[in-house]
Design a protein around this ligand. Structure first.
Ligand code: GDP
Ligand code: MG
Length: 168
């Protein structure tokens, strides 16, 4: 099994940290070198049974005005030609206005698997996480799966990888 995966979301939600957790040091080897036709390869996870290729469009995840960039069509390319999209939002923030444009675009995409990745789970108590879960469940219809993670505490990262592989 092999597939392309794109991680999208506002700046500071933890995209790079997740990628580093998944790929580790290998990311620096491939960054800025390998390229697919449309997307930069940010990292590749190769195991015996599968290969996950994480991609993005140059600039899109580093821009301060990321939402503005999503508005132009070139930005949407990072969500094209991929098998799985991870949409990231941190546990300690509300999914809000800034996320709506991306969510709206995602809801139109039926040819790709979409995972809502709630990041930074370690910043909230179990009780608070439980309460917030109701909020995230309202997005259930857009996504194929919702996974609550922490990259720094290594919570549900393996589960996330397993889910991506299942979707390929
Ligand atoms: P990006 O802009 O989406 O790529 O976000 P980064 O990966 O650069 O992370 C932004 C900030 O959030 C950094 O200070 C990270 O250390 C922090 N961060 C990322 N993941 C986690 C997490 O799982 N838990 C906590 N507590 N902080 C995190
Ligand atoms: Mg980043």
């Amino acid at each position: 099994k092999s597939g392309f995966i794109s991680i999208v979301g506002r700046p500071n939600v933890g995209k790079s940290t997740l990628l580093n957790r998944i790929i580790g040091h290998k990311i620096s080897i491939v960054t800025n070198k390998a390229q697919t036709t449309r997307n930069n390869i940010r990292g590749i996870l190769t195991k015996e049974d599968y290969q996950l290729i994480f991609v993005d469009t140059p600039g899109i995840h580093t821009s301060k005005n990321q939402i503005d960039r999503f508005m132009n069509s070139s930005a949407m390319r990072s969500m094209k030609d991929v098998d799985v999209i991870l949409f990231m939002a941190p546990a300690d923030e509300t999914i809000g206005k800034n996320d709506l444009f991306i969510l709206n675009q995602l809801s139109k995409k039926t040819d790709v698997k979409k995972i809502l990745v709630i990041s930074k789970a370690d910043t909230l108590s179990k009780e608070k996480l439980f309460l917030k879960a109701t909020e995230w469940n309202t997005y259930e219809q857009i996504f194929d799966e919702i996974i609550i993670t922490s990259s720094t505490e290594n919570i549900n990262i393996e589960k996330l990888i397993e889910t991506i592989v299942e979707f390929l």
